[in-house]
Write a protein that binds this ligand. Structure first.
Ligand code: SF4
Ligand code: SF4
Ligand code: SF4
Length: 266
């Protein structure tokens, strides 16, 4: 096993960005972020496929991982990343919760492959369940969002890289961001919204034109029974479950709703 890089004040911190299965939206969101570019001279980037073909010794201080492990090869990649990195960050909702890919966890994937590729279904490797990468390896920090809020993400990464403090995510729900943005609450229009139980810090872009479908996963100790009681006024049970399955189904709180272990208070 290679010796892990150590955060050392005499050396530049070494960072590597990895992309597993996903859409690259998370890494694109921070690619040209001014705060990240401003520390370029103070860090050593060992890998960032979207920005450069540099791909050096992967023993690093901080590994930023986008995407989930869809195939066995990616599970092995994750194990190697963990072995070589001092800190591992799950970057975005794919790596934090499985994100939108996790809808496959509730369908017959083998049949879907046969329907879509009837001529050669065996050419496609049946993907692993789309779950958070911490089901495969230990993770030091999750930065959720599909994609994450770039300002928040870069700030957290910089804090972690320079060891300034224990990076902390927002503890408030999306409703707080939503009010600060002066959105009109979608509940007024009879649309369901997961904002009251979803971790804030994103700036609530979605309820401004649609609704919050919980891409950042639950806040700590969400009052899910109360949320479901509200949702039932605006949506059928089937739709409510679909909402909880959409992005963060592998979070323990949302998983309980999907399994029918939490219901409304009535
Ligand atoms: S979390 Fe969303 S934006 Fe990021 S890679 Fe996954 S699908 Fe793309
Ligand atoms: S629209 Fe959603 S996030 Fe915004 S205040 Fe209403 S419930 Fe909360
Ligand atoms: S408003 Fe909801 S769905 Fe939109 S980015 Fe924030 S947490 Fe994700």
């Amino acid at each position: 096993m290679k010796e892990k890089s150590k955060l050392n004040e005499n050396e530049k911190p070494k960072i590597a960005f990895f992309d597993l299965t996903g859409c690259n939206g998370c890494l694109y969101s921070i690619l040209n972020h001014p705060a990240l570019l401003s520390i370029d001279e103070s860090i050593e980037v060992l890998k960032f496929r979207l920005a450069s073909d540099v791909d050096r010794d992967l023993s690093c201080d901080v590994a930023i991982v986008e995407g989930y492990a869809a195939v066995q090869e990616e599970v092995k990649m994750l194990e190697k990343i963990r072995e070589n990195a001092d800190k591992v960050v799950a970057f975005g909702s794919c790596s934090s919760f499985g994100s939108i890919h996790s809808i496959q966890n509730f369908m017959n994937v083998k049949k879907a492959i046969e329907d879509i590729y009837p001529d050669n279904p065996v050419a496609i490797e049946t993907p692993q369940k789309a779950v958070s990468i911490d089901k495969h390896i230990s993770v030091d920090l999750k930065i959720p969002g599909c994609p994450p809020n770039a300002d928040e993400a870069v700030e957290l990464i910089i804090d972690l890289v320079f060891g300034k403090m224990e990076p902390e995510l927002a503890k408030w729900p999306v409703c707080v961001d939503c009010k600060m943005r002066e959105n009109v609450c979608v509940f007024i229009h009879g649309a369901p919204c997961l904002g009251p139980i979803t971790r804030g810090g994103c700036g609530a872009p979605c309820p401004a034109s649609y609704t919050c479908d919980g891409c950042r996963g639950p806040i700590e100790e969400p009052n899910i029974a109360s949320e479901i009681e509200y949702l039932k006024k605006y949506a059928k049970e089937e739709e409510i479950i679909r909402l909880f399955k959409r992005y963060a189904s592998s979070s323990p709180d949302f998983e309980k709703v999907i399994k029918g272990e939490i219901n409304s208070r009535d």
